[in-house]
Every structure is written in structure tokens, then in C-alpha cells.
Design a protein around this ligand. Structure first.
Ligand SMILES: NC(=O)c1ccc[n+]([C@@H]2O[C@H](COP(=O)([O-])OP(=O)(O)OC[C@H]3O[C@@H](n4cnc5c(N)ncnc54)[C@H](OP(=O)(O)O)[C@@H]3O)[C@@H](O)[C@H]2O)c1
Length: 321
């Protein structure tokens, strides 16, 4: 496992981090806590030291599992978690004021709840789970982040940007008040390369690359007959003819890359090939996936010819709508 310095912090984070949405047990169905704990522990054993969770992931369930493995690890594991929007609306909506979504007291209270769930003394990165560029000058988030950092309960702060809208983070990165941003960055969504990633490099702000496998679209396992349990988020994300669209895009990608490619390996390698990325955080509830994903760090950046091919496969769409 290789490590990268996360922005201006003193955190050396593993290139492969752990996306802990799926282990929350409510929006992603089909896994078990035992399986998740095995995957998490194996990932840590293999050198992973960064986990991204959120209070909203199973109403604290993901945080509780994460806290358990971090406490038992016996060495430094960095934990990022998130303050859910008070109005329960993802993503942030234009025109909806921060007083409805992240009032100061609410942010403070949410951080305390996350600390209790995690069973830790401090949160390494506290992120706002949604972000609206209209809030950049508001004092609610600025004051809460400043106070939480001063108290030592939060060591660094960030925001998680709206789906397929990386430029909504440009203003907040320029304030110098956030240590990290979290953004969708994968073979299909390469938008962050235009402005956000160069700006983060210039301002020395860390970047957490989320959804690197397109919620499974780039896992290599999705086909037109894939079924999800009722209530599983992916049933919504891949609804209608979307599975067919994904299969067509993935087939074109495989044709261009040639036989024998390992799609998740290329998808994670794509993210790590950009120097602005601090860590890429695939969801991986199984030991097998944790092992194969972690192995990607040792492969180094993808060859420029492969990156040139991948450039042609960006795909402008929003399946979260
Ligand atoms: N608004 C936000 O802030 C936000 C939104 C979405 C996600 N996130 C964060 O980003 C993380 C990653 O996104 P995600 O989990 O939604 O989606 P993802 O990482 O794009 O995809 C996860 C899916 O890929 C599968 N997978 C993982 N490794 C694989 C491999 N080597 N081969 C085949 N399949 C593999 C997983 O299977 P198994 O799980 O069954 O192993 C799971 O079904 C989340 O966990 C969360 O921490 C944040």
C-alpha cells in the first residue's frame, strides 16, 4: 500500500480507502455485519488506514462498525464522517438556505452524535454531507468548523460535493477553510479534472475520490439481468433501461482496452493516476473485494496510452435523479 499526504493536514492516508456507505445496512442490502467486519479488518491488515463513513449510513450503524475496528486496530486509522442535512434532502437544493440545512447548533450536535457512535475522542475529517455554493460566505459552517477544531473534537474539515457538480466546490476550496473535498471521480465522470482537481492541487486541499466503481456500473459484474432487493438504492440508480446503457458503455470500454482487463483495477487505477487525489474510497463489503482493490495501489499510475483511451469514455449523465 502506498500513502499520500492529505492536503495541508499531517495525515498520510492510504491510496485505497474504505467507503463505508454499503455497510450501513439500510440503503445497500445483501451484506452482513460479520462479512463487513471481516472485510474492514482485512483491509486494515493490508495497510488501509482511511475510512469514509457518515452519520446517515444506516442511522449511525456504519459509524458503529467503523469505530469498533478502529478502536481494536491498535494503530492510527483516519476516520472521515459527515453531518447529514437537517432537512434530510440530498443533494442540496438551490435557494434553500443554510439555516434549514446546517444551522450552527445542529452541526455541533451531529458531531457529538458521531463521536458517540464511533467511540473515538476525535473525528479526523468532519464533512458536510451536502454542499451548496450559495453558502460559502455564511457563518454557520465556518463558526461550527472553527469551534470543533479548536475543541480538538475534530481535526480537519471538508465538504462532500453534489453528484456530477464538482465546480460547486471551487468557492469553498478558495476560502482556505476546508482541508478536503469529497467528489465523484471515475472513468464515466471525469468532470473534476477540468477545474476542481487543478484548484485543489494549487490550494493544497485533499481530495477524496468517491464512487470510483459507479455504484457497481464499473465493477464488471452488472448485466441487464442484475436484480437488486426491493429497497436497495441500486434498484433506483440502475432503474429502467439504465443497466442496458451501462452494459453498452462497459462493452465499448472493454473493446477499446483489449481482452483480459480487470475493470475494477483499471477504474481504481484511473483515480489514482491523478496526483490531486489523496485517496480513492471504493465500497467493499467483502474480503475478496478488499484484497483485490488494495492490490491496485502497488500497480502505480496507469500508462498514458490507457489514460488516453479512458478519456474517451467519459459519460455525461446523472443516475441519481
Ligand atoms: N454524498 C456522499 O458523500 C457520498 C455518496 C456516495 C458515496 N459516498 C462514499 O463513497 C464510497 C464509495 O461509493 P459507493 O460505495 O457508493 O460505490 P462504489 O465504490 O462506486 O461501488 C461499490 C460497489 O462495487 C463493488 N465492488 C467493490 N470492489 C469490487 C471489485 N474489486 N470487484 C467487483 N466489484 C467490486 C462493491 O461490492 P461489495 O460491496 O459487495 O463488496 C459495491 O457493490 C461510499 O461507500 C461512501 O463512503 C459518499
Amino acid at each position: 500500500m502506498n500513502y499520500r499526504r492529505l492536503g495541508k493536514t499531517n495525515f498520510d492516508v492510504s491510496e485505497i480507502g474504505y467507503g463505508a456507505w454499503g455497510i450501513g445496512g439500510k440503503q445497500w442490502l445483501g451484506g452482513t455485519d460479520d462479512e463487513s467486519l471481516v472485510a474492514l479488518r482485512r483491509a486494515i491488515e493490508l495497510g488501509l488506514n482511511f475510512i469514509d463513513t457518515a452519520l446517515a449510513y444506516g442511522d449511525g450503524h456504519s459509524e458503529k462498525l467503523v469505530g469498533r475496528v478502529v478502536r481494536e486496530a491498535g494503530h492510527r486509522i483516519f476516520v472521515a464522517t459527515k453531518v447529514p442535512p437537517k432537512n434530510g434532502v440530498w443533494p442540496a437544493q438551490p435557494g434553500v438556505g443554510i439555516h434549514q440545512v446546517f444551522p450552527y447548533d445542529y452541526i455541533m450536535h451531529s458531531a457529538e452524535q458521531s463521536l458517540r457512535n464511533l467511540g473515538l475522542d476525535a473525528i479526523d475529517i468532519l464533512q458536510l454531507h451536502v454542499w451548496n455554493a450559495e453558502w460559502v460566505d455564511r457563518e454557520e459552517w465556518r463558526k461550527a468548523f472553527e469551534e470543533l477544531k479548536r475543541s480538538g473534537k475534530v481535526l480537519s474539515v471538508g465538504v462532500s460535493l453534489s453528484e456530477h457538480d464538482p465546480d460547486s466546490g471551487l468557492g469553498v476550496v478558495r476560502t482556505g477553510l476546508v482541508d478536503a473535498v469529497q467528489v465523484i471521480y471515475n472513468i464515466f465522470d471525469q468532470l473534476p479534472e477540468k477545474q476542481l482537481l487543478p484548484l485543489c492541487l494549487k490550494e493544497n486541499v485533499g481530495v477524496l475520490a468517491r464512487v470510483p466503481l459507479d455504484e457497481g456500473g464499473l465493477s464488471g459484474h452488472l448485466d441487464e439481468n442484475t436484480k437488486f432487493a426491493p429497497g436497495d438504492f441500486r434498484g433506483f440508480y440502475f432503474r429502467g433501461d439504465r443497466k442496458k446503457q451501462v452494459v453498452e458503455h462497459v462493452s465499448a470500454l472493454r473493446r477499446d482496452l483489449g481482452e483480459g482487463i480487470d475493470l475494477p483495477e483499471v477504474a481504481l487505477g484511473f483515480c489514482l493516476s491523478h496526483t490531486a487525489i489523496s485517496t480513492v474510497i471504493p465500497g467493499m463489503r467483502t474480503k475478496r473485494h478488499a484484497e483485490s482493490n488494495i492490490a491496485v495501489s502497488d500497480l502505480g499510475p496507469l500508462p498514458s496510452e490507457t489514460l488516453a483511451i479512458l478519456k474517451r469514455h467519459s459519460w455525461d449523465r446523472n443516475f441519481y435523479n
